[in-house]
Design a protein around this ligand. Sequence first.
Ligand code: FES
Length: 107
Amino acid sequence: MIKVTYVAHDGTETVIEAEEGTSVMQAAVSNDVDGIVGECGGSMMCATCHCYVDEAWEARTGQRSDDEDEMLEGAASEVTGRSRLSCQIKLDPSLDGLVVHLPEEQL
Ligand code: FES
C-alpha cells in the first residue's frame, strides 16, 4: 500500500493508503477526502482534481503534460508551477509518503 497525505487549504491533513496503480484522485475520492472532486472520473475532461504537489515530491511526480496544462486553464483556483491534475498521478512505490496540497476550491 502507498501512503498519501492530502493537506486541505485550511491545513487539515488526511492520510490514506492506496494500492499501486491507483491515481491520487481515485485514492482521494474512494477515501472521501474533501477537496478533490474528480468530476470526469479521471479522463482529463475537468479540472476538479487539481492539486499542488508538495515541493519535496515534485521531482518524483514528474512534469505535467501539455494536455494537463490546457485543462488546468479551467481550474477554479490559482494554478502554480506545482499544479497537477491528480488523476494523472499514478501511485507507485516511489511515491510512498507523497504529500499533495489541495486548492481552496475546485468548482
Ligand atoms: Fe477530471 Fe482529473 S478527474 S481531469
